[in-house]
Design a binder for this molecule. Structure first.
Ligand code: SF4
Length: 316
């Protein structure tokens, strides 16, 4: 029977720790989860680090605190394990911007034109899209994978047009870009960023490659969340950083490299850029999913083909 609790317990941290042991579970949390969830997690990371971590866990259950496509990826890479997601409605605007039937139609149209191409999908995509793709990339390994695509093929890159255009810049490969974007990274305010830079001329700006070009062009460093941590760690003395990515990343930066000060670059519509999908996961839902063994990601037929693309990209 499914149970939920409406009164948050003062000991919810202890409760989750106890349930984790009882259920033989490992908790994985993305850097965009709130700090309390990251604190409880056995592994924190970006999509690539977590996908790899998921293959190393020894427990029978993985609780994935992130969004749906991430938990799906953990299941695809660990078919024999039970994978739980605290809130099954934790989706992703970027993944939603590339429905598999539309991608299939686009691929068929390109083939009908006689074009030879390979499809490279950002990991922020559904399993059905991964199943239609030759390669899967994260912001951490995208450059390396793009360089592995033979020159005689064009590249159809889905779904993030901003990451795609950044990859065109750094690899020199022209790509056919899907018109998708992330609702969080799309809305950073360039005017606010420039104002902050004027007020703090010594501050360094770090931006995620999912940001549009008008933000990236003002950054001192462009990279995924894992690369951001490595970049700020290179600065030995305390430094101010203006950070253009999901706001919970500031918790992880502060935790990993506490000698610096991190300031969020605001969005056009709000002072900080939190992903509403990531925010669906709460401590209470984490506890309840451990208690109930649900919601669970179940195997679906398209996972077989998606697994081939993921393994080729991440493990070969
Ligand atoms: S931050 Fe953007 S890409 Fe990441 S889960 Fe949220 S909507 Fe998707």
């Amino acid at each position: 029977m499914t149970t939920t609790s409406t009164t948050p317990s003062l000991d919810i941290f202890d409760e989750i720790e106890a349930l984790k042991r009882e259920q033989d579970a490992t908790i994985l949390a993305h850097y965009y989860q709130n700090g309390e969830i990251q604190e409880l997690a056995d592994f924190t990371g970006d999509s690539l680090k977590l996908a790899r971590a998921a293959t190393t866990v020894s427990t029978g259950t993985i609780v994935f605190c992130g969004v749906h496509f991430m938990a799906e990826t953990a299941k695809i890479l660990n078919p024999e394990k039970r994978v739980l997601l605290p809130d099954p409605l934790a989706g992703c605007s970027l993944a939603d911007s590339c429905p598999a039937p539309l991608l299939k139609r686009r691929q068929e149209a390109l083939r009908a034109e006689g074009r030879r191409f390979q499809t490279v999908a950002y990991i922020n995509s559904t399993a059905s899209v991964k199943a239609l793709s030759d390669w899967i990339v994260t912001s951490g390994n995208a450059e390396e994978i793009i360089r592995r695509v033979p020159e005689e093929f064009e590249i159809l890159f889905v779904p993030d047009r901003h990451l795609g255009s950044y990859l065109e810049e750094v690899t020199g490969r022209t790509m056919i870009l899907w018109e998708g974007s992330c609702m969080v990274h799309e809305v950073f305010s360039v005017n606010d960023l420039l104002r902050m830079k004027r007020r703090k001329p010594d501050a360094k700006t770090v931006a995620h490659p999912e940001c549009p070009a008008n933000i990236r062009e003002h950054a001192d460093f462009i990279g995924g969340t894992e690369a951001m941590i490595r970049f700020v760690d290179r600065f030995a003395s305390p430094t101010e950083f203006l950070v253009a990515t999901e706001a919970n990343m500031l918790w992880q930066l502060q935790h990993a490299v506490p000698r610096h000060t991190y300031l969020p670059v605001p969005g056009i519509t709000c002072a900080c850029n939190n992903c509403p999908h990531m925010a669906r996961n709460t401590l209470e839902k984490l506890r309840d999913c451990l208690k109930n063994g649900a919601p669970e990601i179940r195997w679906r037929p398209e996972f077989d083909r998606a697994a081939e693309s993921l393994r080729r990209s991440f493990f070969e």
